[in-house]
Design a protein around this ligand. Structure first.
Ligand SMILES: NC(=O)c1ccc[n+]([C@@H]2O[C@H](COP(=O)([O-])OP(=O)(O)OC[C@H]3O[C@@H](n4cnc5c(N)ncnc54)[C@H](OP(=O)(O)O)[C@@H]3O)[C@@H](O)[C@H]2O)c1
Length: 327
């Protein structure tokens, strides 16, 4: 039987309040997009979950379609929860989402009330939960009135199926509309989830300020650009890396010569700082004070350990920030 470490809240990753809410999130959250599906090493996945929890990582991020095949990450996570974490549900923040393709036909994709409610019910069953802590609209859907999508999110909260709601990857103007409608409905938006890394800084100019102005937290996903911001692709594509897998979302073609040149320059700065490239890339995201948490994905406990160690040095000189910005 799993007994969590007693030091999980003392020797820990640390917490930030999420926007203007009373909810604290760990600075690093664990995402289950890859590495928790039926095609993955489930024993290692379970070890990662336990290791994360032992280090104070209380937040686990899922979506209906995570894992290969779709839904398998939620199902595997549900099993692990039941077997190991049943007594600790109140110490965990579990999020899921719907918005991308999940099942065939007009009700298994998009952001209609029909799809979102059906999907949440399915997610709860797969994870064997009564409620999720955060339910997200996974993407903005131009074919559904935003009032319908936000109305569905608000009703999930009112029905106790989700404690909070968030949005992901919405353009800034639509995000502002969503924040207003959710506030008017009496269920304020907790959090915006967006891509953020040294290689993807788009959210800095509009999305992040809009979230802050509205008291909404920001959680960054793919802070290592799916593993590119590590030293693994500096000399080719290793076997078993995400880019080498047929079912991974990182494609070999994305590891271009041009990107490897940039990664090598970044790696040199990381080494000067006494960090690995992955550690520097994670630490760098926190130079934006408005980042509540980063969702990392890992394929081993070793990677998780290394990534947690990134938090030991979050300081960047102006010169380092400038050089990274130039690259
Ligand atoms: N809202 C959205 O639309 C959306 C989209 C994408 C992701 N997300 C969320 O964000 C989470 C994280 O995304 P992500 O998995 O792309 O994050 P990521 O942290 O950018 O990439 C994770 C991958 O990087 C590699 N890696 C991690 N730590 C490493 C280390 N220390 N050294 C070397 N390689 C390392 C591993 O790849 P290998 O397998 O090659 O070892 C790992 O699977 C997802 O699980 C999901 O919860 C949300």
């Amino acid at each position: 039987m799993y007994i969590p470490s007693e030091s999980r809240y003392t020797d820990t990753v640390g917490y930030n309040f999420c926007g203007k809410s009373g909810l604290q999130l760990p600075r690093l959250s664990l995402g289950l997009w890859h590495n928790f599906g039926d095609v993955d090493n489930i024993e290692e996945a379970e070890r990662m979950l336990k290791y994360a929890f032992d280090k104070g990582i209380t937040h686990f991020d899922l979506a209906n379609n995570y894992g290969t095949p779709f839904g398998s990450a939620e199902r595997n996570f549900g099993k692990m929860l039941k077997e190991n974490f049943a007594a600790y549900r109140d110490e965990m923040i579990i999020s899921t989402k719907a918005g991308h393709e999940m099942w065939p036909g007009p009700y298994g994709d998009g952001s209609s009330r029909k799809y979102l409610f059906a999907s949440l019910e399915q997610s709860l069953k797969r994870m064997q939960l009564d409620y999720v802590d955060i339910f997200y609209s996974h993407r903005y859907d131009e074919n559904t009135p935003i009032e319908e999508t936000m109305g569905a999110l608000s009703d999930m909260v009112k029905q106790g199926k989700a404690l909070y709601v968030g949005i992901s990857k919405y353009p800034e103007d639509k995000a502002r509309e969503a924040y207003r409608i959710l506030r008017e409905n009496g269920t304020p938006c907790l959090i915006f989830q967006g891509r953020y890394s040294i290689l993807s800084r788009e959210i800095e100019t509009e999305v992040l300020p809009a979230a802050t102005e509205n008291g909404v937290g920001f959680i960054g996903f793919s802070p290592l650009a799916q593993g590119m911001l590590s030293d693994k692709y500096l000399n080719g594509i290793p076997e078993n890396s995400r880019a080498a897998l047929s079912y991974g979302f990182l494609k070999k073609e994305q590891i271009t010569e041009e990107i490897v040149i940039r990664l090598k320059k970044l790696n040199a700065i990381a080494l000067e700082r006494g960090q690995t490239l992955a550690q520097m890339a994670l630490a760098w995201c926190f130079h934006q004070q408005r980042v509540t948490s980063l969702i990392i994905g890992t394929s081993s406990v070793k990677q998780l350990q290394d990534n947690i160690d990134a938090l030991k040095n979050l300081h960047f000189s102006n010169d380092e920030l400038w050089r990274i910005g130039e690259i």
